[in-house]
Design a binder for this molecule. Structure first.
Ligand code: GDD
Ligand code: MN
Length: 379
């Protein structure tokens, strides 16, 4: 067996027949099997059995009565059943075009990748199948934050949230995965250093039925992120909170010494920005700084971003109070929270941006460091 195609399904009875039909055409010439891991409450399993009896492809079905781990758990169960080493994971609603499966496979056959990601955010890829502006924005934003939290592990991956990829099952320890909810690729990439390649694909419209994504899934995702890497972001948050206290203390001290309060506020803010930079250098981005630009450049970027952010934040706060009629305390809190994420993303992706190309030896060293850094946050 050359290729196992794993399809998690939850109430997709109207989609599986068309999916297998298109897959059959797409993978002709490849020795492939299809594995459905099904948690449905409708007649999907019966449809799968009927399709299996007619298809030229070997179609296997695992129906789970208890849907442990949701979508991610289903993928894990499928990986454990797979006959082939090369496993493609794809959705059962045809949002992932079966015609891209051979492209994933031939990219894998080039031999230099453990994971081949089908990305919406590279080359000719697109995410037009995402329903609505809100969903698109959420997807973009969570991709950005996730990449910022794992700048090394996700460097080569433009779409860590995709559900469409090929994995070499021998490159990972499937049993130790602890998938929660939808983001199985993120779980795989964050846990161990892997060689990642990408192809682009167009995320299509759902063929039939409704999406199972929900606010609950979103929450799951946040917990997953926090669990995978709580260490880094919380360190950054802690420094920010300390900085805020120092800021207030300095304003108090300076005004007590007779400085005008506007001048005091500016001096305190700048001193805090500088202090925070050095603390973050030392405690948060330590393992990234040797590979990033010089300290002068890093400081210049960080310093100008923080000043620009402060300049934008204050009028934005005023605007919120004026137009939304919320209290100034709430407006301050809201803008500070948004500013915190913006600052974190900017530092991880821009200030400490790793250079594009790197030797294999350096890469191996960085991956080792990243592994150590990731360790304390793991569940
Ligand atoms: N076995 C099983 N168990 N399958 C599930 C479950 C579950 O609990 N929940 C969802 N699925 C199946 C669906 O039947 C479908 O085949 C696939 O997982 C994706 O679910 P959708 O409901 O179609 O999700 P989506 O289209 O909103 O999300 C997709 O796109 C995201 C990117 O924006 C998925 O591919 C996500 O993984 C991806 O992150
Ligand atoms: Mn879908």
């Amino acid at each position: 067996m050359q290729l196992s195609v794993i399809v998690p399904t939850f109430n997709e009875s109207l989609n599986v027949r068309e999916l297998v039909r298109r897959l059959e055409h797409a993978v002709s010439g490849i020795d492939a099997e299809v594995i459905f891991v099904d948690d449905s409450t409708d007649d999907t399993p019966a449809v799968i059995r009927s399709v299996a009896s007619e298809s030229a492809l070997p179609v296997r079905l695992l129906h789970r009565d208890v849907s442990e781990g949701g979508l991610g758990g289903a993928v894990q169960a499928g990986l454990l059943m797979a006959e082939a080493r090369a496993c493609v994971i794809m959705d059962g609603d045809l949002q992932h075009p079966p015609e891209d499966v051979p492209t994933l496979f031939s990219r894998y056959l080039e031999g230099d990748a453990d994971v081949v990601v089908a990305s919406r955010y590279t080359g000719q890829g697109s995410s037009e199948g995402l329903s609505g502006l809100v969903r698109t924005l959420v997807s973009r934003l969570s991709t950005l934050v996730t990449k910022a939290m794992f700048p090394l592990r996700l460097r080569a991956c433009s779409d860590p949230m995709t559900g469409f990829f090929l994995i070499d099952a021998d490159a990972i320890d499937v049993r130790t995965l602890k998938p929660r909810g939808f983001k199985i690729l993120l779980e795989i990439l964050a846990r161990q250093p892997l060689r990642v390649a990408e192809i682009s694909f167009r995320f299509a419209d759902r063929y039939a039925g409704d999406s199972k994504a929900s606010v609950r899934q979103g929450l799951h995702f946040l917990i997953q992120l926090a669990a995978l890497r709580f260490g880094k972001m919380s360190g950054f948050a802690l420094i920010g909170a300390l900085g805020a206290l120092v800021n207030v203390g300095l304003v108090w001290l300076l005004t007590k010494l007779g400085t005008d309060y506007i001048v005091a506020a500016i001096i305190a803010a700048e001193l805090t920005i500088i202090g925070n930079f050095f603390l973050a250098e030392r405690f948060v981005f330590r393992e990234l700084r040797h590979e990033a630009g010089s300290i002068g450049k890093r400081f210049a970027k960080s310093f100008s971003f923080n000043n620009a952010e402060a300049v934008v934040r204050i009028p934005l706060m005023a605007l919120l109070v004026e137009t939304w009629h919320i209290s100034s305390v709430l407006a301050t809190a809201l803008t500070l929270i948004v500013a915190f994420f913006a600052r974190f993303v900017f530092h991880a992706l821009v200030v400490y941006a790793p250079p594009k190309a790197r030797s294999a030896k350096k890469q191996a060293r960085l991956d080792r460091i990243d592994e150590v850094v990731v360790a304390p946050g793991e569940l």
